[in-house]
Design a protein around this ligand. Structure first.
Ligand SMILES: [Zn+2]
Length: 265
């Protein structure tokens, strides 16, 4: 598989079908030319080694319009095939292959993306089926913080997952699938903007949102105890499944969630 992806510092990501090896073409700021880098992956997905790319600090291009900048970021997002496989091994139904697909889905379906108050206090973003729109918590309306803008684009991936069903029904499994989308996007950004991610931010959308879920999904614990507890805490009152979000894979994580639900019901 070859993904050609144009961004400031990453030009092309190639994944070899045979052995899942990967090479990334990135721009060297020393020579100002594109170079190929082949990170090492361990055989086991569980021990998947996150590729390290030696790039100079890069950051998203910001124009001053928070929402446009986040939508531009969305266009750039690549989901790494290894990460998609990993998510599928956890039982996730991955409903989009990259950010561009999500951006096109939003455009083709005339879905509005705007800042507004949240129905549920503490939510970072939400899908509003009645008004065919994705809303982002208005406290981020004027942010110029690139980490927060990147996080908004990741939250849009999550809400795009809900919007794709064209219903206003959700479920524990649907949230699990959508949380995987913001996590796949966050994983991409960590590689695209390594310097940016060295910064700390107290913004809830990061600390209690997209950054947290990367930590929970990529926890070494095979049954993902912390992720299971978090999903139940946030979404435990929803039905288990909803249209397009059936539990079809025998996943230790989903089994863990289900056994906890039975115990608490
Ligand atoms: Zn959701």
């Amino acid at each position: 598989m070859i993904i050609t992806h144009l961004n400031n510092n990453i030009k092309k990501i190639m994944f070899d079908k045979q052995d899942d090896s990967c090479s990334i073409t990135f721009k060297s700021n020393v020579t100002n030319t594109f170079q190929v880098f082949s990170p090492f992956y361990s055989q086991s997905i569980k021990n998947y080694v996150y590729p390290q790319i030696n790039t100079t600090p890069q950051a998203p291009i910001l124009t001053g319009n928070t929402l446009n900048d986040a939508m531009n970021e969305l266009q750039n997002i690549v989901f790494y095939p290894q990460d998609i496989k990993y998510m599928q091994s956890l039982g996730v139904n991955v409903r989009f292959n990259n950010g561009k697909e999500i951006a096109e889905f939003i455009k083709n379906n005339k879905i509005k993306v705007e800042f507004d108050k949240m129905d549920c206090e503490g939510a970072h973003a939400q899908w509003d089926k009645e008004n065919n729109r994705i809303t982002i918590n208005e406290k981020y309306r004027n942010t110029k913080n690139p980490l927060e803008i990147v996080a908004i684009s990741e939250a849009i991936c999550h809400e795009g997952g809900h919007a794709k069903d064209a219903d206003d029904i959700s479920s524990i499994k649907e949230e699990f699938d959508c949380l995987a989308l913001n996590t796949l996007a966050n994983r991409y950004h960590r590689l695209a903007y390594p310097e940016l991610f060295k910064q700390n931010s107290d913004a809830a959308i990061l600390k209690d949102g997209v950054n947290l879920y990367t930590e929970l999904f990529f926890d070494d614990d095979s049954i993902k105890e912390r992720l299971a507890n978090r999903v139940i805490e946030k979404y435990g009152d929803l039905p288990l499944e909803s249209p397009n979000h059936a539990i079809t894979v025998n996943s230790p994580v989903l089994n863990n969630i289900m056994s906890k639900l039975k115990r608490t019901n």
